[in-house]
Design a protein around this ligand. Sequence first.
Ligand SMILES: Nc1ncnc2c1ncn2[C@@H]1O[C@H](COP(=O)(O)OP(=O)(O)OP(=O)(O)O)[C@@H](O)[C@H]1O
Ligand code: SF4
Ligand SMILES: [Mg+2]
Length: 197
Amino acid sequence: MIEVRNLTKVFTSGFLKKTRIVAVDNVSFKLYDKSPTILTLAGESGSGKTTIAKLILGFIKPTKGEVLYKGKNIWKMSNTEWKEYRKNVQAVFQDPYSSFNPLKKVDNVLWTPIKKFKIIYSPKHPYTKILIESIPVPDPSRRWRKKIVIPETRLEQIKSSGCKFYNRCPVKTAKCITPPPLIKIEENHWVACHRYS
Ligand SMILES: Nc1ncnc2c1ncn2[C@@H]1O[C@H](COP(=O)(O)OP(=O)(O)OP(=O)(O)O)[C@@H](O)[C@H]1O
Ligand code: SF4
Ligand SMILES: [Mg+2]
């Protein structure tokens, strides 16, 4: 079992004027190995998917939080435990296009795995809604939204602790400058947004 607990990764760059990029901000989830499970991380370019993968694989060290394998922090493993981990937890990095069957329509390729998740049927979070809407549909009467771009989240914003989507959210209200609570919508469906509080 792999557990990601409050995982945060801040990259710093620049020499004199240091800029800090919060690539992963307080991410938690569990992946059980009792039955085959697929976990999908969805987000636009720059939202931190690859960074989470690198943190899980131990390629980079988290700024905060931990990756646990069978309850053990991967950075606190003995050589033997680490070898075992590397043997059992591996990545398949591939050209995403090569895994697409060219005979299948692109929308099929995207929708077939995605449709399995009910979150896609009833997205709640304003950002998830925008993400789902941005999946191209081959319908000339529906215009494809222009590319959505995520501005880099600065550490100051974390400190100010309002909703991270505040700047881009079309439905924000005054209370969104305070941290959004995590609200249960139904079994296995949660949303962190003031609209539902
Ligand atoms: N080594 C690094 N040094 C500094 N910033 C980095 C580094 N790696 C990633 N970043 C930044 O962290 C953020 C998250 O990047 P990441 O590659 O994890 O996104 P992604 O979701 O995988 O994007 P894509 O869909 O384009 O693959 C981006 O702002 C990126 O510029
Ligand atoms: S908490 Fe507010 S700003 Fe954040 S996604 Fe919800 S409505 Fe938008
Ligand atoms: Mg990536």
